[in-house]
Design a protein around this ligand. Structure first.
Ligand code: BES
Ligand code: ZN
Length: 621
């Protein structure tokens, strides 16, 4: 790899004392393909963050001071994606500050830049003055008109997988953990919250302080600043949201405390003290993000019928699988998401029963089958253990990690027996707590814990982890509710104008299954009758709006129906919904409309969503 030295600039800015050539390139294999840091030589253990959110300039500005652990390393390496680093100082064991030199490698378009900071033998801390750049991938700055209250602007971060480095210089690999204390200054009248201990009321002067005394990886660094308020749900659970959403959210998430109790009964005490959630503006690019102590949520989870709360169970489950025991690198992403998807379902089963939980599992299994067909059953990307060298970690983000990972755990549960299996999981979380783990570490622990595990089960387990496709195993699901839906679809499809669906008690999941089984509609009869009876064009349930819009697009959408699509794309920024709609439009002869909608909507999208759609509609050759 080529390096370029910002020697002139560095010496000007940093008032360097050393000769720049004293810092040599270290020829060490990187343990994590997506981080330049070399924690085995020098690593960050604690962060003191002192920042200001400048809404005028759309910049985070401030100072990051790290405690470091080093074994006489000549440098420490941090990750940086588009930051403006202005000054770096070393602090020694007597608290004396001194200048140093830094060197930046040529940037990689995905990973950003390695910042090499020369160390002295007695360096205990490094202090970095910096600002975020104009295109910081993790940050979305909303102006007041883009928010519900229209009174204040909004800022929120999304650090997973490798975007923490776009708002804090850091060792941005999931295998490196640090504690943090943050001072954050925001405009007076605004509230701030982080993945840490949080205030429950606005401060009078716009100053906030946060503590995360349990070490976390950088991808769990999170900040939200806006006009939002807090209401409790249970003793250690609550919700932050703007005033127009707060009460609805409290109602929707009423079972949150019960979920925490159910999770604890399964796999041990909740390790992070409080569990709160924040409902973000609709441009939040994901369904949820498991930032410790404060899950970030899309408002599309609020349906007024509590039908999408498995998402809460999912993010809560990450408090164990992901936040407590973390994948070492993104190549073992399934350890985070597969375990969590399994655990989520166990929480749902314990609150709402097996038939409800199995209905959710069946939809997930359908997603898995679809993903394997789309990727190809020999594709490398259908393995659980991935090789992501020279690849964007975004490539790991498929249903494989979630649903194939979950299926493996379900398979093991069936073979081993639920009680024994739960004992194993509890012990696994306890054994690896506050550490990162690899697929190999998991397998070794599994085979050591169950020394008499049949050879056949071991072989199958290894296949699941290291081989592509699905390994012949069909889990048993209780599916009477879906069988009924399939009967109804068939009867309805034969005579859509006459048959009255018996759908009175259907949940969102039954409707999703219904849409997945609807036949093609060449005459338009099916959708006209559906619209007449159910008014799907007006639904406030984003999951159903998504099904409906895709059904229209795949069945020759009419010009007058495009308005609904535009409205949806302009009001929702969750990537899971909008990206497939843009893709579907492009594939079904509506590329021009798709591009036109994107041009209108993109200002409101988070950079993560915007970049994905940009790459889809305007692929780089
Ligand atoms: N941690 C993920 C979100 C994520 C993964 C963000 C990888 C960036 C990179 C979160 O827990 C998640 O899985 N969210 C899902 C919801 C879930 C119920 C499947 C989502 O956002 O759709
Ligand atoms: Zn997840």
């Amino acid at each position: 790899m080529k390096y370029f030295y910002l020697s002139f600039l560095c010496c000007m800015l940093l008032n360097c004392k050393q000769n720049i050539s004293a810092v040599k390139k270290l020829d060490v294999e990187r343990p994590d393909p997506h981080s330049f840091s070399q924690p085995q030589l020098a690593r960050t253990t604690h962060l003191e963050l002192d920042i200001e959110c400048d809404f005028e300039q759309k910049k985070i500005k401030g100072i990051a001071t790290y405690d470091i652990e080093q074994k006489e390393a000549i440098e420490i390496i941090l990750d940086d994606l588009g930051l403006n680093i202005q000054e770096v100082k070393l602090i020694d064991d007597h608290n004396n500050e001194s200048n140093t030199e830094i060197r930046m490698d040529a940037p990689d378009s995905t990973l950003g830049t390695a910042v090499h900071i020369a160390l002295q033998k007695n360096t205990k801390k490094i202090k970095i003055k910096y600002e975020s750049g104009p295109d910081a991938t993790a940050l979305q700055w909303l102006n007041p008109l883009q928010t519900n209250s229209k009174r204040y602007p909004y800022l929120f971060t999304q650090s997973q997988s490798i975007f923490a480095r776009s708002w804090i210089p850091c060792q941005d690999g999931p295998g490196i953990r640090f504690t943090y204390h943050a001072k954050v200054k925001v405009p007076v009248g605004m509230m701030a919250a982080m993945s840490a201990t949080n205030p429950q009321e606005k401060s009078a002067n716009g100053q906030y302080e946060f503590n995360m005394e349990i070490p976390i990886p950088a991808y769990l660094m999170a900040l939200a600043v806006g006009d939002f308020y807090f209401k409790p749900i249970g003793l250690r659970t609550g919700v932050y949201a703007d005033s127009s959403v707060l009460d609805k959210a409290v109602w929707e998430f009423a079972d949150l405390e019960k979920m925490v109790v159910a999770a604890e009964q399964l796999y041990g005490p909740y390790p992070w003290t409080r569990y709160d959630v924040i409902v973000l503006p609709s441009s939040f690019p994901f369904g949820g993000m498991e930032n410790p102590r404060l899950t970030f949520l899309t408002p599309t989870v609020i349906t007024s019928d509590r039908s999408l709360t498995s998402l809460l169970a999912h993010e809560l489950a990450h408090s164990w699988s992901g936040n407590l025991v973390t994948n070492s690198t993104w190549e073992d992403f399934w350890l985070n998401e597969g375990f969590t998807t399994y655990f989520e379902n166990r929480i749902m089963e314990s609150l709402y029963g097996k038939s409800y939980a199995d209905m959710l599992s069946l939809l997930g299994f359908q997603d898995l089958q679809k993903a394997i067909i789309e990727l190809g059953d020999t594709s490398e990307l259908t393995k659980l253990k991935l090789n992501l060298k020279d690849k964007d970690p975004e490539e790991a983000l498929t249903d494989i990690a979630y649903e194939k990972g979950k299926m493996l755990l379900r398979y093991l549960e069936e073979r081993i027996g639920r009680n024994e299996w739960d004992g194993f999981l509890k012990s696994y979380f306890n054994h690896f707590k506050f550490q990162s783990n690899t697929s190999e570490g998991f397998l070794k622990y599994l085979y050591t814990y169950f020394p008499k595990l049949e050879k056949g089960i071991q072989d199958t387990t290894n296949h699941w982890v290291y081989d592509p496709g699905l390994i012949g195993y069909s889990p048993h699901f209780e599916n009477s509710r879906f069988i009924n839906v399939e009967k109804q679809v068939n009867l309805f499809a034969i005579s859509p104008s006459k048959y009255k669906l018996e759908s009175g008690k259907w949940s969102t999941h039954e409707w999703i299954h219904f849409f997945r089984h609807l036949p093609k509609d060449s005459s338009g009869q099916i959708r006209n009758n559906l619209e007449m009876q159910y008014h799907f064009s007006l639904t406030g349930n984003s999951e159903l709006a998504f099904c409906w819009i895709n059904y229209l697009i795949e069945n020759g959408i009419k010009d007058q129906e495009m308005e609904q699509v535009e409205k949806f794309l302009l009001s929702v920024g969750r990537r899971k919904y909008v990206l497939p709609i843009y893709e579907n439009l492009s594939k079904n002869g509506r590329l021009k409309d798709s591009k036109a909608f994107f041009e209108k909507a993109k200002e409101g999208y988070h950079p993560i969503t915007k970049n994905s759609i940009q790459n889809l509609l305007y692929p780089k050759i």
